[in-house]
Design a protein around this ligand. Structure first.
Ligand code: AHM
Ligand code: MG
Length: 333
């Protein structure tokens, strides 16, 4: 079988499909290279002295793990000098990181959750890096937080890298979803799946059931009906899976279908949800839609939401089309 590398895939997207300009190709390659470095650190675990807490808090008041901090630094250092970026924003940084004056400034802005699935880092369960690419609007030098506040439908590219039994990079440049597996012996990303499609129907849902008593009625109704199984209103038995790493849960959905929910709950009524719109929901929504699925916040399409803040949170329902439609319809009724 002929092996297609990430570089070759991207060159083809650039050349044959006119999808991506050379600067975007470079950007994606640099992100992929940074993910390889993160994968190496993750794999070392205790041997690399990378587990445990960094004894610091991020902007949302969450305790940072050593690997959260390391992954953030790897992504910043890899990306700031290439000339393809104007600025970066990260779940682990209070404000944006503007490319320093000593480097040329590019047209793109990169957003990332450097290591998603914090609770799984120290227990050797799959975790991942999520990223999203936006274009800077206007050509003036200088970039501010407002430049980042674009709806997800304006993403130029998005993807994630999952550090699991295999290290995989999953990518969209708006032309379907492609998956690459890291060949550890050669150090290259090899295309292993293309034109990924999420089945429209599923019998598998993913939600943190321990929050059941806090959910809003439409979410309760949807899950109750799934749990009622064959003899209930849905007429079929459902299975449940919850890795508690969004990357791993979304990866499963891209591979075999399913629906993922992280809804608003009444413990913190002023927060729209737990997950972050710009680092988690938008890139995953872009991938899921490119694979034929849907992503909403229960009321509207995630990719249509105009952010008002960099670290904005959002409710998320994503995955197999017919299930997302059902759960979203219950919010309207
Ligand atoms: P994080 O960015 O701090 O790791 O939080 C996001 C993670 C998601 O990966 C996952 O879907 C969710 O939090 C799990 O939440 P819970 O601990 O409620 O199961
Ligand atoms: Mg996260």
């Amino acid at each position: 079988m002929k092996r297609v590398s990430l570089t070759q895939y991207l060159v083809e997207q650039q050349r044959e499909h006119g999808r991506i300009p050379p600067e975007l190709r470079l950007l994606i390659e640099v992100v992929a290279r940074a993910c390889k470095h993160i994968a190496i650190a993750v794999n070392k675990g205790a041997l690399g002295d990378v587990l445990g807490s960094a004894h610091s808090e991020n902007v949302q008041g969450e305790i940072q793990k050593k690997l959260d901090v390391i992954s953030n630094e790897v992504l910043i250092e890899a990306n700031e000098w290439g000339g393809h970026l104007a600025a970066m924003a990260s779940e682990e940084m209070d404000s944006i990181h503007v490319v320093p004056n000593r480097y040329p400034q590019g047209e793109y802005m990169l957003l990332f959750d450097p290591l998603d699935g914090s609770s799984n880092i120290d227990v050797n369960v799959s975790i991942g890096t999520i990223f999203s690419v936006l274009r800077k609007i206007g050509h003036a030098r200088g970039v501010s937080e407002e430049d980042f506040l674009q709806p997800g439908k304006q993403q130029a590219a998005a993807g994630y890298c999952v550090y699991g039994p295999q290290t995989m990079l999953v990518l969209t440049v708006g032309n379907g979803v492609a998956m690459f597996t890291l060949d550890r012996e050669t150090g290259s990303w090899v295309l292993t799946q293309q034109d990924v499609r999420i089945p429209e129907d599923t019998k598998e849902f993913a939600i943190n059931m321990s929050n059941l008593r806090h959910w809003a009625p439409p979410v309760k109704r949807y899950i109750d009906e799934c749990l009622a199984g064959k003899t209930g209103p849905r007429g079929k038995d459902f299975n449940m899976r919850w890795v508690a790493s969004m990357v791993a849960d979304v990866h499963r959905i891209l591979m075999r279908g399913g629906v993922f929910l992280y809804p608003w709950d009444q413990r913190e009524p002023e927060k729209p949800g737990k997950l972050r719109l710009m680092y988690e929901a938008n890139p995953m929504a872009f991938l899921v839609e490119q694979a034929g699925g849907l992503a909403t916040n229960g009321r509207e399409r995630i990719l249509d939401i105009v952010p008002t803040r960099l670290h904005e949170r959002v409710s998320v329902i994503l995955g197999s089309k017919n299930e997302v439609e059902t759960a979203t319809r219950y919010h309207a009724e």
